[in-house]
Design a protein around this ligand. Structure first.
Ligand code: C2E
Ligand code: MG
Ligand code: MG
Ligand code: MG
Length: 286
């Protein structure tokens, strides 16, 4: 009887596991076709100068418009794409779409500063990555100075030497380089100085923490002054409240993005935001 029960619970367990891995396998095979089927699209989230409330950048964020499951965020498929070896293909699609869009905005006379594109680790380890990026810029007519590439701090720490060579080449082309999710790794000031960075993005966890307690405020302030002392453009991500924005501005962080300003939106909605910003009103008290 005990044996029977044991077997039942065993088969119950494996069945649900099978279902889960079947679903996973299905998603994997769908992802193979997603590029060719044009199911990968970009959303855009504006980045603001806190003093003037003007748009100084736009981050491109990938979405998968899955025919059965609806719109999937990157958390559902980016790691899978890395494991499947698809991330460099997907990265090229994203970069091309983003640069094409930027080039269109420029030809319409719209000011957006820079378009920020997330780059996955494996892309940055490719020997000819900077050549590929240069080719995309040429093909889409997007100037290098309008492009920012975002690389996560954790990836850079794990692969410093390979990454630095490529980053130097990209920077030499005039492309901006941002370190994303900053504060979650353990980079030292001396390591940061070796990187050709232009922008430091404070991770959301510290931004949210600002409203929670004094320790977090101390950390946020330290990150801001680290960025400022390296003459980097410091931007806070995940800003959700006016209090967070106020604290950041008062402590020397000049730029921010987050739900307080706008969620990531589709191309027609971002176009509207860009055309409407002729005379922005200041958000914060002077
Ligand atoms: P990330 O680059 O750090 O992007 C910020 C994430 O925070 C985005 O999630 C964005 O929608 C979300 N966010 C923005 N403002 C707020 C806010 O005020 N509150 C909260 N709670 N969240 C906010 P998303 O779009 O789901 O992207 C998640 C991550 O996926 C990104 O983190 C990035 O690492 C990765 N990712 C996105 N697009 C791409 C891509 O094209 N290529 C690669 N390799 N990775 C991408
Ligand atoms: Mg990012
Ligand atoms: Mg980030
Ligand atoms: Mg993040």
């Amino acid at each position: 009887r005990a044996k029977q029960q044991g077997r039942n619970s065993f088969s119950f367990f494996t069945q649900s596991q099978n279902e889960r891995s079947l679903e996973h396998l299905k998603l994997q095979s769908d992802l193979h076709d997603a590029i060719a089927n044009h199911e990968l699209h970009l959303n855009y989230q504006p980045q603001y100068d806190l003093a003037s409330n003007r748009i100084v950048g736009i981050e491109a964020l990938i979405r998968w418009h899955h025919p059965r499951l609806g719109v999937l965020g990157p958390a559902r498929f980016i790691n899978m794409a890395e494991r499947m070896g698809l991330i460099t293909d997907i990265g090229l699609v994203v970069l091309t779409q983003a640069c094409h869009q930027a080039s269109q905005w420029l030809s319409q006379g719209l000011e957006f500063g820079r378009i920020a594109v997330n780059v996955a680790g494996p892309q940055l380890l490719r020997r000819d990555f900077s050549d590929e990026v240069q080719a995309v810029l040429k093909q889409t007519g997007c100037p290098a100075s309008a492009l920012e590439l975002e690389v996560t701090e954790n990836f850079l720490i794990q692969n410093p030497d390979d990454a630095i060579r490529n980053l130097n080449q990209l920077r030499a082309l005039g492309i901006h380089i941002a370190i994303d999710d900053f504060g979650t790794g353990y980079s030292s000031l001396s390591y940061l100085k070796r990187l050709p960075l232009t922008t430091l993005k404070i991770d959301q966890s510290f931004v949210h923490g600002i409203s929670v307690d004094a320790d977090n405020q101390v950390i946020a302030k330290a990150i801001i002054s680290m960025g400022n002392s390296l003459s980097l453009n410091v931007i806070a991500e995940g800003v959700e409240t006016r209090e967070q924005a106020q604290f950041l501005a008062e402590n020397g962080c000049e730029q921010a993005q987050g739900f307080l300003f706008s969620r990531p939106v589709n191309d027609s909605a971002i176009l509207k935001l860009l055309t409407q910003q002729t005379d922005p009103q200041p958000l914060l008290q002077p």
